[in-house]
Ligand binder design. Sequence first.
Ligand SMILES: Nc1ncnc2c1ncn2[C@@H]1O[C@H](COP(=O)(O)OP(=O)(O)OP(=O)(O)O)[C@@H](O)[C@H]1O
Ligand SMILES: [Mg+2]
Length: 193
Amino acid sequence: MDKRVALRQSIRAKRQQLSRTEQINASNLLTQRLVSHNKIHSATKIALYLANDGELELMLFIKWCWQQGKQVYLPVLHPFCSGHLLFLLFEENSTMIDNHYGISEPKLDVSKVCPLKQLDIIFTPLVAFDSTGARLGMGGGFYDRTLANWQAQHNLYPIGLAHDCQQVKKIPNQSWDIPLPEIITPNQRIICN
Ligand SMILES: Nc1ncnc2c1ncn2[C@@H]1O[C@H](COP(=O)(O)OP(=O)(O)OP(=O)(O)O)[C@@H](O)[C@H]1O
Ligand SMILES: [Mg+2]
């Protein structure tokens, strides 16, 4: 467990130290990759996240999705099912609030919730990853719970997003960690397994 704690600290520090210019370049490169990706082209409902803690910024990609008429969803902490996420429609005029972790999320409105099985793509944030698709998150287990059994959800396809500097040789993974089938960085597309 200590290994995971230490890895989280060191990789989070790395991405937090990226300069504004490095972040903008990374976001531009990533967006170019995403908009020419077959699965993303054909997707209509895409879950993603708003960057926090030095994560890859997705606003440029989100704007492209809106222009293409795709529906974009953001994770929202479940109001009573602790440790679980809901995915809410995110539009230009969505009312946003800061959640318990200080992360901006759409204000809860049940009419805007999308069941997991209706999503086409779920872009998954992560702290560190390896070439097998193993991921280490921020430590809440939120995405492990969300992605448990993702293959059984109709069309759902998870894709991890990260800066290249977040790649490590081997993630010390645990039994509950859900590996990703694909990870995209500004400079690589990794198809896992
Ligand atoms: N499917 C699950 N059901 C119940 N508890 C789970 C499940 N998956 C993970 N957990 C619990 O969540 C906690 C945090 O897990 P972990 O350290 O893997 O988080 P993480 O993958 O870094 O975070 P996240 O998924 O939010 O990015 C662990 O105590 C783990 O037991
Ligand atoms: Mg995990």
